[in-house]
Write a protein that binds this ligand. Structure first.
Ligand SMILES: [Zn+2]
Ligand SMILES: [Zn+2]
Length: 283
């Protein structure tokens, strides 16, 4: 079967290597059916991000036009060889949807899909928002401890899914707080939040990304875990695959292994997106 990778970055986001064309060429070499170009949406219009080194996290507002026009010209250049899809990975910030929607609105008609993500948490305790998956904030992760981080993460995910103004198609790296292999002590309480969040995902009918990036991190497993994927299958939540490649060499990372696992669980379809429209392919 032909593979599709819906989550790749490139040098424009300031923390990845390789040009967009490098990713497309590598995807062609790997005989992928589709490559999703999905860079981080800018942060600079947000409030309460004083501690966030956001210039390292994303392209800037000024760079959006070039990102989209370059991606669109490459989509056209390679259209007979591979499907190139254009997207953004967008961070959710509670009560800041309108600040986000003002710049996003202008570019939405260029997008094939939107990944909704949470990389930043704000406990509203005066410490300020911080990036829990950024090793530079290890001290904050340790300050709160895994139980509080997981809890706040899933509460924030629930707000994201419940937000009518936050527009997205796919939820990315669902159990990201495990990245550095921090495991919560009270698993039962966290599992309850996971289940609540999955039910909201089903209700809103958004797609879940199976992200192989976790296999390259201390967690040593895809996001989300096999146990969560089993629950997703029981709830009939649709899925697709993303490598989260920040280097062309990680495109479609371990996808065959993941597809074997998904088939064992019972999944037999993956989702595609084109101009925000969802369709399915068999695996
Ligand atoms: Zn990134
Ligand atoms: Zn991400």
């Amino acid at each position: 079967m032909k593979l599709e990778d819906w989550h790749t970055h490139n040098a424009l986001c300031h923390h990845a290597v390789g040009s967009i064309e490098d990713y497309i060429r590598k995807a062609i070499e790997l005989e992928l059916n589709t490559i999703g170009i999905c860079d981080h949406f800018p942060f600079e219009f947000l409030k309460n991000i004083e501690r966030i080194p956001y210039e390292d996290y994303a392209i800037t507002l000024d760079e959006i036009k070039d990102y989209l026009s370059l991606a669109e010209s490459l989509k056209d250049k390679y259209k007979n060889i591979i499907n190139v899809r254009i997207a953004f990975e967008i961070d959710f910030f509670e009560n800041q949807e309108s600040a986000l929607n003002t710049p996003l609105y202008k570019y939405k008609n260029h997008l094939d899909y939107i990944l909704g993500s949470i990389h930043i948490l704000d406990f509203h305790d005066g410490r300020g928002a911080w990036g829990f998956d950024d090793s530079r904030f290890r001290i904050d992760y340790n300050y709160y401890g895994p139980d509080k981080v997981y809890m706040e993460y899933y509460k924030t995910a629930q707000k994201m899914i419940n937000s009518n103004e936050f527009d997205f198609d796919i939820i990315a790296h669902f159990d990201l707080p495990k990245k550095f292999n921090n495991i919560p002590n009270n698993k039962e309480i966290i599992n309850n939040e996971v289940m609540k969040t999955l039910q909201l995902i089903k209700k809103r009918d958004v797609v879940m990304e199976i992200n192989s990036g976790g296999l390259r991190k201390d967690a040593k497993e895809q996001y989300p875990s096999k146990e969560i994927i089993q629950e997703m299958y029981d709830l009939d939540i649709s899925i697709l695959l993303g490598s989260d490649a920040h280097d062309p060499n990680y495109i479609a990372w371990e996808f065959e292994k993941i597809i074997n696992m998904l088939k064992k669980i019972g999944y037999n379809h993956l989702v595609h997106f084109k101009k925000r429209d969802k369709s399915y392919m068999e695996i």
